[in-house]
Design a protein around this ligand. Structure first.
Ligand code: HEC
Length: 150
């Protein structure tokens, strides 16, 4: 392929990616999940087991078998969908095929807090894009009429 063609197709490809991201984040009602709130929720409720930086080395972890998941494991975390991870956090390990040592949080945390804490957890493994996609989806659901009107 001549260099000129190669360069223009590369430019085209990057242009498309950027346009795609912009489309998701400019949907009406789109708002990223609140990472500052997620951090607060995490430190108060999750760090004791999962560790302050998500490595699974919290103070309580030594006594647990299986160990709390290493939330920095980017390969593992990239394979798990937003919906599935959210379900484990909300319903707990016992109700989702994981260890009962992972508590369920839906009676303790409000829905937006669960979104925020999962968005924060995904920063440990470089999977924040999952959270942004989920936020864009939520915005779409919340404002279908507005989105159509534009
Ligand atoms: C009492 C200890 C404990 C606390 C507190 C705890 N976890 Fe866990 N968590 C675990 C254990 C143990 C596992 C591993 C379960 C397994 O692999 O069977 C786990 C697994 C997970 C997973 C992986 C789920 C998956 O799909 O593999 C996520 C995400 C998670 N926890 C998030 C959280 C969040 C967010 C909080 C706070 C709101 C929290 N955990 C609080 C012990 C804990």
């Amino acid at each position: 392929m001549p260099a000129k063609t190669l360069i223009s197709s590369l430019l085209l490809a990057t242009g498309l990616v950027v346009a795609g991201e912009e489309a998701a984040s400019t949907k009406p009602g789109f708002k990223k999940f609140d990472l500052a709130d997620g951090k607060k929720v995490y430190e108060a409720n999750c760090a004791s087991c999962h560790g302050a930086s998500g490595k699974g080395d919290g103070a309580a972890a030594a006594a647990l078998n299986p160990k709390p998941r290493n939330l920095c494991d980017s390969k593992y975390m990239s394979q798990r969908s937003w919906e599935d991870l959210r379900k484990v956090i909300a319903e707990g390990g016992a109700n989702t095929g994981f260890s009962a040592l992972m508590p369920g949080w839906k009676g303790v945390l409000k829905k937006p807090q669960i979104d925020n804490v999962l968005a924060y957890v995904l920063t440990f493994s470089g999977n924040s894009a999952k959270a942004d996609q989920a936020a864009a989806k939520a915005a779409e659901k919340a404002a279908p009429k507005k989105a159509k009107a534009e």
